[in-house]
Design a protein. Sequence first.
Length: 134
Amino acid sequence: MHRRAVIRSFRSEDEGLLFGLARLDRGADERTLAVLQRETVFVAEVEGSAAGYVALELRGDAVRVDQLFVSSDHEEEDLGPQLLAYAEGYAISQSARVLQVVVEPENHRAVTFYRGRGFVLVGDELLELVLPCL
């Protein structure tokens, strides 16, 4: 079932979700705290509940996806592509030339996800999507 999420800016009450999702992936409490302090975070909300998030960092003429996580309860709802599309729109609004993501090569699921959305490998772990100019 594919439900449309409301994507909104991070609020302090979302902090538990971010830490919970990051812990499932890497045990990254310190890294997640740093993300909250320095990056732009958008949350996907389904029926009033936070279900996933994307953390973005502006790096010169690029926006980098630092973290993109979806709750396991919502994996079948197509939230990953919705969050990524939102990130792309945000990057375009910031006049970024590319949207980047760092993915470990052995993370085949993530590599397939990003490559299926037009990202190309430009480094050992770096994938990029060239954005349209405004």
